[in-house]
Each structure stands twice: as structure tokens, then as C-alpha cells.
Design a protein around this ligand. Sequence first.
Ligand code: 5GP
Length: 368
Amino acid sequence: MTAKVIDDVKLDYSDVMLVPRCNPDGPASRQDVNLLARYMGKRLLENSAMTAVPIIAANMDGVGTIDMCRKLSEHNMLTALHKHHTVDELTKFYIDYPHIASYAIYSMGANQDDLVKYREFDMRLRTATIYNNIVCIDVANGYTKETADFIKSFRKQFGGTIIAGNVVTREGVRHLWEAGANVIKIGIGPGSVCTTRKLTGIGYPQFSAILECVKEADHILYNSKTYKKPLIIADGGITCPGDIAKGLAAGADYVMVGGLFAGHDEGGGKRVMTCAEDGTMKTTHMKFYGMASKAAQDKHNGGVAEYRASEGKEVYVPYRGSVNYTCREILGGLRSSCTLQGVSNIDTLKYGATFIKVNRQLNNVFGA
Ligand code: 5GP
């Protein structure tokens, strides 16, 4: 069979903009916008349904930390904890701070070590009966049979809400849904510190990937007897708060954010310090790296295995202090998006949005 080329050009966040809408019943001001959406998790402690801002900090070093979860939970945002926390650290956090931990998502890979660790975590928490039972099974390639088998077996053993990824096509969504995932993560190669596209030639422009995967989720719903469908997380490629609005308006249920949350105190990690004029040492930059980068593999796996390459970058991002200000920027931007779309509730941003293709969206005279 010869290779084929799909002719229509696929789009990224920067290729489109949202068209503003009139709505006489829309919010009078930004303050009237409700950014809380129904959350996939339950607060098991109170056995009550939970709401949250549909933004998830990515499970990366420098972003998906327990301290980040504490701070983001104050803004009702979620955090996928990176998978290198120890079981002791995790159980202590989940047991001592159940309310904050209800905003946390446990992350793991899909190998035996991950399974052993999760079993220990699960056992300790089951006896405490207080956690939200959401797990993110995160692999670079969600298309393999091994990933699907792992999800199937995990579902059988532990149940709960399973987030799995990553994929970028309708076929990929079906593959993970049929394996037993409830929530599917979309994105191959859009990340700020990702080099997969460069190394492999594989990827899919993120905006089109979201649109198409959302379509598949709806298709699953219409054809299901149980009225169930996968939820969609748009993972990676967010360069500014406006991209979050675009991802949600394209139909994603959640948006996962890495680089935009990097460079803050709560992420921890290596700092670059310089001596200020008054003689005090000041942080100017913080190290940030992809979880498949050489830096991450050196730190967590004792180096890059011989059979693989590093598929991530290592960068130094400007130091930005506490993540509080960034949260306010993001939430303020989202409220404005909602008012410009005439919707009072972030949950409804996805209904009836119109995008236009553009060849320029920002004026960079004074910087990007
Ligand atoms: P960002 O918000 O920084 O643009 O993207 C974050 C996402 O990039 C993460 O949630 C994850 O899916 C992806 N990612 C993180 N580290 C790496 C890496 O080293 N390589 C690749 N290919 N993707 C990464």
C-alpha cells in the first residue's frame, strides 16, 4: 500500500481565533462568570460531587509537585502529580490534606514498577478511604497494544477514574476507550519542551487533534447504550491563557498545562542565582525540562537507555516568583473569554463557538 497525504491543512492554536458572540442572557461582567466545571473526581471524603476549574498542571518535574497542588487548589485548579514522588510522600499528603489532595491526580507509567508502587499506595489509602481515585496512566505512545492491555488489567484490579494517553486521532481515542480509559489525553509533540516531532517526524497540530478527538468522543456517546463517553484532556502547546480558552471552546473538557506553570517557587528545582546591586543573591531563572529529556532521564533513570533517544529539551525559564500571579492572569483571561463569548459558565464555552483561521494573531512590535 502506498502512503497517502491528507490534503486539508491541520491547525494549531496560533492558526485560529475565537469570534466574539452576542448573547442577551450572557454575563454582564467578568465577575459573573463561573469558572467551575463538574470534575471527573468525587470528594470521597464527603462522597460529594466536586467542581474545579478545568485546568490541570502537567505531571512534570518543576510543575506537578505537591506544593504546586497546594497553591493551585486555592484557585480550584487541578494538579497531576509527577510520578517520582515516593509512596510515603504521596500517602502523607493524601491522608493529612484530603481536601487539597482531592485536586491531585496520581500519575504513573505503564510498567511493572509503576504497578507495584501504585498497589502499595492504593493499599495504604484504601484503608484510609479518603482519596479521589483518579489515576493518570501516562505513556508517550498511547497506540500500543501493551498500553491497552495495561489499562484493561489496571481497570480490573483497581477500578476508579483512569486517564490515559497520549493520542491525537479518532482511532487513538477509540483504542484507549475500548481498553477502559474514562478520560483521554490528546497531544503528541505540541509541548514547550518536547522534541518528539523533530526526532520522529510524528505529531498532529494540537487544535485539529482536539476537534477530531472530541468528535470521536461524541460519536462514542451517540452509539453507546450506556450514554457514556470519554472526557478529553487537551495536553500541551498552551502558550498563553487565550490558548486555554481555545482548547476548551474546541470541546476539550480539561486543558493540561506544563511550561506556563514553570519557573515558579511551587515547582521547586534548580535555580540560577545572580548577585544583585545591593549584594543580595536573587533568582533570575529556573531549570525546566521535558520528562523524556536527557536531564530527566539522568535524574530518574540513571541516564538515557542505549536503545532510545532523548525526546525532550532542557531550558532555563525566567523566574516568576509564586504561581499566584500566573493563576490570576489565567483565570482573568478565561473570564474575559467567557464574557466575549457571551457565556456565564465555562462548561458552556464549547457550545456553538466559531473559530476563524488567521495568518497572524498577535502584534509583536513590543515583544511576543
Ligand atoms: P506544555 O504545556 O509545556 O506545552 O506541554 C506539557 C506537556 O508536554 C506534558 O503534559 C506532556 O504531555 C508533554 N511532555 C512533557 N515532557 C515531555 C518530553 O520530554 N517529551 C515530549 N515529547 N513531551 C513531553
